[in-house]
Design a protein around this ligand. Structure first.
Ligand code: FES
Length: 99
């Protein structure tokens, strides 16, 4: 079972089949913004993958459109759209500095 680490929060949780980063973050208690119900529209769930970017599903069309609009760079994903296939380390701009 893949393990998702949320840094610098010091939280982690295993991912079940088909789960998104947002699903696991909720279970782990890692606060990730969201206001569209996880349909890929609000982009409040933007996170940055520090390790394991290849362990995620390809970006959905809505995620690609949001990424283009917002200027996503390498590692940026929408947590509600990215399905987990392997271990990950993720962060956000609002969880504080990584030490
Ligand atoms: S929760 Fe709205 S885009 Fe992910």
């Amino acid at each position: 079972m893949p393990i998702i680490r949320f840094v610098p929060l010091g939280l982690e949780a295993p991912a079940r089949d088909g789960e998104t980063i947002l699903d696991v973050a909720r279970r782990a208690g890692a606060p990730i913004g969201n206001s569209c119900g996880g349909v890929g529209w609000c982009a409040r769930c933007r996170i940055c993958v520090i390790e394991g970017a290849a362990n995620l599903s390809a970006a959905t069309w809505v995620e690609q459109e949001k990424g283009d609009e917002l200027g996503f760079t390498a590692g940026d994903r929408l947590a509600c759209q990215a399905c987990i296939k392997g271990d990950l380390v993720v962060t956000t701009t609002y969880w504080g500095p990584i030490r």
